[in-house]
Design a protein around this ligand. Structure first.
Ligand SMILES: Nc1ncnc2c1ncn2[C@@H]1O[C@H](COP(=O)(O)OP(=O)(O)OP(=O)(O)O)[C@@H](O)[C@H]1O
Ligand SMILES: [Mg+2]
Length: 209
């Protein structure tokens, strides 16, 4: 008899447990593989402004890509909580010299946030953390709705295809099919330690569900 599908919260719990169970050696290897694949993406090579994130909760670590990006003259940004708009992220540039502190969620943020952080519309590529993904671009996040709110303009303005939204994750975070809600913003592609999984906006295409 087939099992009923898991609720979003049960699926989240299960996937978060799986990625937290990875050893530090597995995490390091996954991060290296991820960054090796990222460096081949033409959209990343051509970018001027890219956003990444500081990993937590077993998330795959995209930070090594920053050193490569800086060498190519690409500016790197991290998300920071918008000062007054609920659930909205802005992006602040960082360099190898930036110093960090923990925000109210325990996630590292640069101590000195640029006086005018960059609006999400001005980024070329955003590497999004995720809890689960499917092959149609469906993304399950941590449940805060931060990335969905920040990039809601991608749903309202379908012709607007910047920035490219690229989910990054461990291979083990793939699920067969996510039931998306009206507010969920799909990603243009996903890269894992195993390579590019799909990507409307990248090479190849997501398979139709
Ligand atoms: N554009 C939006 N405007 C207002 N509220 C939103 C928007 N997008 C999402 N939300 C709210 O955020 C809540 C959490 O959304 P969801 O469960 O999809 O988070 P998530 O995608 O897992 O998290 P995140 O986007 O932070 O990675 C939802 O209950 C929804 O009400
Ligand atoms: Mg969502």
């Amino acid at each position: 008899m087939s099992q009923p599908p898991l609720s979003r919260s049960d699926l989240r719990r299960q996937l978060r447990q799986k990625r937290r169970a990875l050893s530090s050696a597995q995490q390091k290897q996954a991060s290296e593989s991820l960054c090796r694949h990222l460096k081949h993406l033409p959209q990343l090579r051509a970018a001027r402004h890219i956003a990444l994130y500081w990993p937590a909760d077993g998330e795959i670590d995209p930070r090594p890509i920053a050193r490569w990006a800086w060498q190519r003259g690409i500016r790197c940004y991290l998300p920071v909580l918008h000062p007054w708009s609920k659930r909205r992220l802005w992006f602040t540039a960082f360099t190898a010299k930036t110093r960090f502190r923990r925000n109210r969620f325990g996630i590292a943020e640069p101590i000195k946030v640029a006086r005018a952080p960059l609006s999400p519309k001005h980024l070329d590529v955003v590497l999004l953390p995720l809890v689960g993904f499917d092959r149609s671009g469906g993304r399950l996040g941590m449940g805060g709705g931060f990335y969905d709110t920040t990039f809601a303009f991608r749903r309202h303005q379908p012709g607007w295809n910047r920035p490219k939204l690229l989910g990054v994750a461990h291979q083990i975070q793939e699920v067969a099919g996510l039931a998306l809600q009206s507010w969920d913003v799909p990603v243009d592609g996903v890269v894992t330690d195993g390579g590019l999984v799909g990507g409307r906006g990248f090479r190849g295409c997501f398979k139709a569900p």
